[in-house]
Design a protein around this ligand. Structure first.
Ligand SMILES: [Fe+2]
Length: 300
């Protein structure tokens, strides 16, 4: 009997979704976004996906091997799709999951990366991995540091290369590798989301179709005091983030991480202020000019 993931519906009680996620390390939430939101996100990212080069030059050959050369990538989605930033980044289910799992270990959590992954025909299976290993220097054991999600922007079937997730692997010793029957295909219709923990083993499946692409939206959140995988300040600069709701600005990383109540300190200040406040005051973006010298001082 092959492994399978629990399925829930977006209107199920959050406790049942959280219970499945914590028990199995992953859960599929059906109808996470409705057809209209799905269509808008797809329309907004379409030009970026079309322009993406599957044979792009990656940071290094290891990353090129990991992603292969038949996948179109669009990073920084929060700065490219307003619908994503308002409807998905701040989705109540994703935030409830982060509140429960990440919040106890930080003063605020933040977006880690938002990435459209369009896997083309002939894409190979991705190496099974744990996302949290990007923070490899973190001593073990540690609390969950990351929550990941993959939303199907097109149909996810095994033959199209649905994400493969290993239920229960979040409890395994770090060296244990899954047997084939322990791997579940996250098959789901467009608009559904697979949510999984940073400690859960997973990887993209092989797209064995002749001519169909599999488009997914990978979104993850991380403790507010860890460096994010994507540089979200550059991906969504002040002139872009200014027009987004405050909650999105905070999640993208413009709010300070304020651990004063826990006898800690601030992270992410600018001129000893909270950047999200400076944004609200219209003092972020464009060139930052220094104070004008008085005429008297200039003469001396
Ligand atoms: Fe991953």
């Amino acid at each position: 009997m092959p492994a399978s993931l629990p399925h829930r519906h977006v209107r199920d009680p959050i406790e049942s979704i959280l219970g499945d996620l914590l028990e199995h390390g992953g859960v599929i939430v059906e109808e996470m976004i409705d057809g209209e939101v799905l269509a808008r996100i797809n329309t907004e990212v379409d030009p970026w996906v079309e322009a993406a080069d599957p044979k792009m030059r990656h940071l290094n050959p290891a990353l090129g091997f990991f992603f292969g050369d038949r996948t179109r990538h669009v990073g920084g989605v929060a700065g490219k799709s307003r619908t994503f930033a308002t409807e998905m980044l701040c989705h109540p289910i994703l935030l409830a999951v982060c509140d429960r799992i990440l919040k106890p270990a930080c003063a605020r959590y933040q977006l880690n990366l938002a990435h459209v992954i369009d896997r083309g025909p002939g894409s190979d299976r991705q190496l099974l991995h744990r996302d949290e290993l990007v923070w490899v220097h973190l001593p073990r054991p540690h609390p969950e540091v990351q929550i990941a999600s993959m939303t199907a922007l097109s149909e996810f079937t095994a033959e199209l290369g649905a994400t493969r997730i290993v239920p229960g692997s979040h409890r395994w010793p770090i060296e244990r590798q899954p047997e084939p029957h322990e791997v579940a295909d996250a098959e789901m219709p467009p608009g559904a989301t697979a949510i999984y923990l940073g400690s859960t083993i997973h990887g993209a499946g092989a797209n064995t179709t002749a001519d169909r692409w599999r488009r997914g939206l990978h979104v993850s959140y991380v403790l507010g005091w860890l460096r994010t995988e994507e540089n979200n300040y550059l991906a969504t600069p002040p002139d872009v983030v200014r027009d987004l709701p405050r909650q999105a600005q905070e999640l993208i990383g413009y709010a300070v991480h304020d651990a004063i109540a826990d006898l800690g300190g601030y992270l992410g200040m600018l001129d000893l202020r909270d950047p999200v406040e400076l944004l609200a005051e219209g003092r972020l973006g464009g060139a930052r000019e220094g104070p004008v010298r008085s005429a008297e001082a200039a003469r001396s």
